[in-house]
Design a protein. Structure first.
Length: 90
């Protein structure tokens, strides 16, 4: 019986297909890198600026109508950006 030309066989195990070795990154799981102190400092500064802007907007601006919806969307995006920055840093 002839074998299909698309089947690759291993020389030490007749009739079995050989599998390529997996790269080291995929077998060891997620790699964690140490973040530099400057990254943490920039994230802290970013968080402080976002909070400062949020406080200024909430205290000094009284929006009406569509401006309220736009302001809510921008404030939600700011919170998501801060959370994302800290997740990247940790």
């Amino acid at each position: 019986m002839a074998r299909s030309s698309s089947q690759h066989t291993s020389s030490d195990a007749p009739g079995t297909t050989s599998m390529p070795a997996m790269p080291k990154e995929e077998t060891t799981g997620r790699h964690r890198r140490r973040r530099s102190p400057s990254t943490l400092l920039w994230n802290a500064l970013f968080t402080v600026v976002q909070l400062w802007g949020l406080i200024i907007v909430l205290v000094h601006i009284q929006p009406d109508g569509m401006a309220k919806a736009a302001l809510a969307a921008v404030m939600a995006a700011a919170v998501i950006a801060v959370i994302s920055a800290w997740q990247e840093a940790s």
